[in-house]
Design a protein around this ligand. Sequence first.
Ligand code: ADP
Length: 395
Amino acid sequence: MSDRLVLVINCGSSSIKFALRCESQATALLSGLADRLGSDQATLSWQVAGTQHCVPLADGEHATALTALLPLIDDYSGQPLSAVGHRVVHGGEHFTGAQVIDLAVLDAIRTNAPLAPLHNPANLTGIEAAMRVFEEVPHMAIFDTAFHQSMPAHAYRYALPEALYTEQRIRRYGFHGTSHQYVTNQASQLAGLQTGQGAWLSAHLGNGCSSCAVLDGRSQDTSMGLTPLEGLVMGTRSGDVDPNLHGHLARTLNWDLPRIDTMLNRESGLLGLSGLSNDMRQLEQARAEGHPGATLAIAVFCYRLARSLMGLAAALPRLDGVIFTGGIGENSSLIRALTVEHMAILGLKLDTDRNTSAPRGQACMINAADSTAIMLIPTDEERQIADESLALLPR
Ligand code: ADP
């Protein structure tokens, strides 16, 4: 069978990230970003074989950006697409895996929009535009939430009145599913286990951060909940706070819900704690120069991460390894070291040299000889989306 091609699309309200993936190749043939959509300054930028290109877009429409991709795909691949794989944030309880997009799937994505009001409508815009532009090709939806549908009720239910679950579907869903699934599959290969086997704690640390307990390829529990705000300290998101905070701020400062939402989602996390930045590289540098806010932000980030991972260990019968991934997890030896320091009770110990000299972009073990495995695994959500899209095609 010839090498099949998948266009992976991640559509936001004002941007579309895309990547052209070939079945047999580890990296994208072409990847890029249509940015500032909805404005008269929209651009399409892409990189191919290490060279960057950028052109203005005639208008800010999503369909215009996708149409501009058609000749690029022809130029760089020379063969037709087999599928278009769309990242969709919220699949609610409808979807436990990837789906071929039809009217019922579009309807379900729309129905779940109240659970992800910033993301699902934007994802739908991208899907509908792409279905018009690439009309001959099957389109697949890969949901951030689907991997976590294997969580047992004792992990996904909140201790709230039952009607809020049965009538409003208020429960924990979890996100970053494609990443946790991808890295735990890679971990089993690295450990010499059968693909998908093993008991793992996975930490996806990017601008958004989440942790997950995975047993034999099935998510058992994860740190994000109804929305991606629950759980770990993130770039600008607070993670867990006392649920009484909303009432307290409303009563004492007269803050309304939009004000509180903005504070928790955009002004908190590393940015709020440090008073400096949401960017871990900048915080590490500031910490090295003695900045107290950066020092505190990093300390809280690592402690809360360790506490979350150790809590998730309750979901596993044993521990085969801890995985660090995402921009921070893959690149920051400091964050890995400070986090693992809090986890000695699980028998975890880093090899300092391996941790600090880990090769960029490669999966590797960084634990000491007498420790449970600790792994650094570069995530590849596009690969996971491409593979899941291809798996839905008839062979
Ligand atoms: P996103 O969630 O947007 O995909 P990434 O996975 O790219 O984000 O992660 C972005 C985070 O990774 C930023 O906080 C950035 O500072 C951090 N990061 C990237 N490289 C390094 C590095 N070498 N050391 C520390 N942090 C890094």
